[in-house]
Design a protein around this ligand. Sequence first.
Ligand code: DGL
Length: 260
Amino acid sequence: MSILVFDSGIGGLSVLREARVLMPQKQYVYVADDAAFPYGDWDEEPLKQRMITLFGELIERYDPEIMVIACNTASTLGIAPLREAYPDKIFVGTVPAIKPAAERTRSGVVSVLATPGTVKRQYTRQLIDEYATSCHVRLVGSTKLAALAETYLRGGFTDEAAVAAEIAPCFYEQDGKRTDIVVLACTHYPFLVNRMRKMAPWPVDWIDTSEAIARRAASLALDVHEEAGEKLSRDEAFFTSNDVSAGTKNLLLGFGLRVV
Ligand code: DGL
């Protein structure tokens, strides 16, 4: 049985990379719902329905041991409905790291950088109400960063001015104190973090949850500590568009995945 890692695009590779390190002997299936990318722009109800139908097909096709929703936009909307629709399956979600940010901030001024979808979710608001009332949290919705990360991953090119413009609202002052933490609440963003660091008006701590998500999956997986043997076959990637460029196939090969 495999570990299925899911995202709307190729951002979830940031989580797959960490999962591989922790569970090298496991078989992986990476699924990108690229036919519907970006998830950040979708209305909630149709996106929820789409995910429930798609996961029904994925369960049928792969019967995964664990499904990691390596996408904040999908998890903050779909994790509860998916667990309800498939109660005997194990789902690991990815949600904005608001609690760790609230615990770690010294200035009490925090930003959460995410897609417009994640920013408007009730789930995200609840995390703030539950864990971060002692600090000031600004939700910053970016319509462009996920696509900028995809362009960077595929071609190595980054429009630094565009990155600077997208992250600019994260940097602000509140009662004489400045932002000291930016939560990367989209799995695409860790791939751009060096550019963000370079373009930031002042240094901050960037919280990336990829490793924590992979650790959570490893804590639920079977036989993680078994001695590593030969894997039976190469890990695979499935793109819902069925239209994957040679460049993307090469990129995925670099992550050890063969596009099917
Ligand atoms: N990678 C997704 C996330 O973590 C977002 C990309 C999209 O907008 O589809 O939120």
